[in-house]
Design a protein around this ligand. Sequence first.
Ligand SMILES: Cc1cc2nc3c(=O)[nH]c(=O)nc-3n(C[C@H](O)[C@H](O)[C@H](O)COP(=O)(O)OP(=O)(O)OC[C@H]3O[C@@H](n4cnc5c(N)ncnc54)[C@H](O)[C@@H]3O)c2cc1C
Length: 367
Amino acid sequence: MSQFDVIVIGAGMVGASISARLIPTHRVALLEAEEQAGFHTTGRSAAIWIRNYGPPDVRVLTGLSREFYKNPPDDIGTDHLAVDRAILYLAPADQGRQLDELIAQNLGIEEISLARAKMLCPAIIDGYATRAGLEADGFDMDVAGLHQYFLRKLRQGGGQVMLRNRAGRIERKNRAWAVETSGGLTITAPIVVNAAGAWGDEVAKIAGLAPIGLVPCRRTAAIIDPAPYEVEHWPLVQSAAHDWYIRAEARTRLMVTPCDETPDVPHDVQPDELDIAIGIDRMQRALKIEVKRVEHSWAGLRTFSPDRSLAFGYDNAVEGFFWAVGQGGYGIQTAPAASALIAALVKHEDPGEGASIIRDIDPMRFR
Ligand SMILES: Cc1cc2nc3c(=O)[nH]c(=O)nc-3n(C[C@H](O)[C@H](O)[C@H](O)COP(=O)(O)OP(=O)(O)OC[C@H]3O[C@@H](n4cnc5c(N)ncnc54)[C@H](O)[C@@H]3O)c2cc1C
């Protein structure tokens, strides 16, 4: 088959979830440049759902996604889609303002005593923090489980996942898009959805459209052994200023990040030794954890629009080109509601509860 109703470019969480939402009503082709769906940012996330994170539009979709995570469909295929993990904010003397701002949002962060913080995370060094806050309703997400669920839905509905097929030429002809791929295919559809993450502007340029100014930013993570601490049930611990955090990983390990955001170009990004060292240094100012060696590290690109809000909507320069980009550090936690909203917008249907943010996330605000 070479004729479809929609061609979705990029099979990360964003493209997979949108495709699954469209498949009941549309013939969908999902194109992916790599051998494996999820090879780039989706496979490199920290997998945590945090309500108080990101700009207002992101928070709306994070909140609307909660129900899906907590009460997933029967055929989700994983028994640990959402596993509770609170978020502990530590505020040294100079970060009191940031903690106040977090609490003032009134979205479930409450101030707790330092004694309680230390019960939750016994490694806290006395004297590091002067105050602490707790956000109780965070959870770990099974990213791979959710991604596979969306891909399965697409395939079960008759959609096609085309791996090793980079969209290399995208042309509008006879009221349809013709997409030629690196795998030698030419497929057509009246609608193209740009879910190419860090490559979002590049895909637009290939289609002859102006970029919107996406900035891929590198974020680094390292895995360490925190022995003798047993960390499985620790909260995610971070500074109120969000310049480092740790999160339990696979029961006995800790993930550490310096919350770096280094602008980069779209590519298979690798971790920088200096960023790893900065992350460990910041953590060790707060927590008494010896680091004998870094067991594993990785980096991924979190891609932001110029105002850091989402960019979902049709391009107004040509018919049938839909942007679904700018998910930054929130593309997993927003995926259930974001994909439902995007599917409604693609189909020109009632966007439901996501309607309140449509104007704020219109990608044409950057033109
Ligand atoms: C260290 C780190 C921690 C994070 N932690 C969290 C977190 O805790 N919670 C959260 O919600 N989010 C988190 N994120 C962000 C989240 O991972 C991203 O928002 C999300 O994965 C973006 O998904 P995507 O599908 O847009 O991008 P990607 O997964 O990168 O998918 C885009 C795909 O498009 C493909 N592509 C590009 N060009 C073409 C082309 N021309 N033809 C075909 N295919 C193409 C690429 O190969 C790629 O596979 C984190 C990210 C990082 C790096």
